[in-house]
Design a protein around this ligand. Sequence first.
Ligand code: IYR
Length: 222
Amino acid sequence: MTKPQFLPLATYREYPVEEMTQRAAAFYADIQRRRTVRHFSDRPVPPEVIEHCLRAAATAPSGANMQPWYFVVVTDPAVKRQIRAAAEEGEREFYHHRASREWLEALAPLATSEHKPFLETAPYLIAIFVQRYGLLPDGRTIKHYYALESVGIATGILITAIHYAGLVALTYTPSPMGFLNEILGRPANERPFLLLVVGYPADDAVVPEIRRKSLQEIATFV
Ligand code: IYR
């Protein structure tokens, strides 16, 4: 058993209640501008921005602090092309055979299709993997707890950091996603979680008209 080691909570900052309220409101006002974007510009983005966003993502809480995430940042056009080809192959199967009518109807307002040009246009594809178990340097395995929840939280922080930096993202879930392990050379303990497409929006980018549920619809105070 490792003996617990504690430090003072030196990083915490309390704000006066009025400022706290203002901060919460200001954060909401900013994050509510975030939209999932499917039309990307090929304008370059400095890698430092992505590095900072990934460091932010990796501050997420995780089960037993196992940090069960791994990120592969793809910029190489040849690798992007391979990813696009594999993704579109799966999507063709999805749209023409696998998807139920109900699923296709749910997707209709988003006007998605099997064509994924953004996989080559956007400057960054961030493949996010869940480590279902960890691998110790000596080759033994270590159990991961709440791995999916942990990676979901890290991904949320990553998306928030990308928005905060002034970029846009698409949470893309190719189906199936296993090809990402092969193309990116990731081991069997890792499962693809999401492919995050990141960059500037295209000048003529449009987004579907959507409505967000109200506070009354999503929460009760008891
Ligand atoms: N993977 C497909 C289908 C798709 C599924 C869901 I759920 C979406 O919210 C959007 C699309 C595609 O990306 O086209």
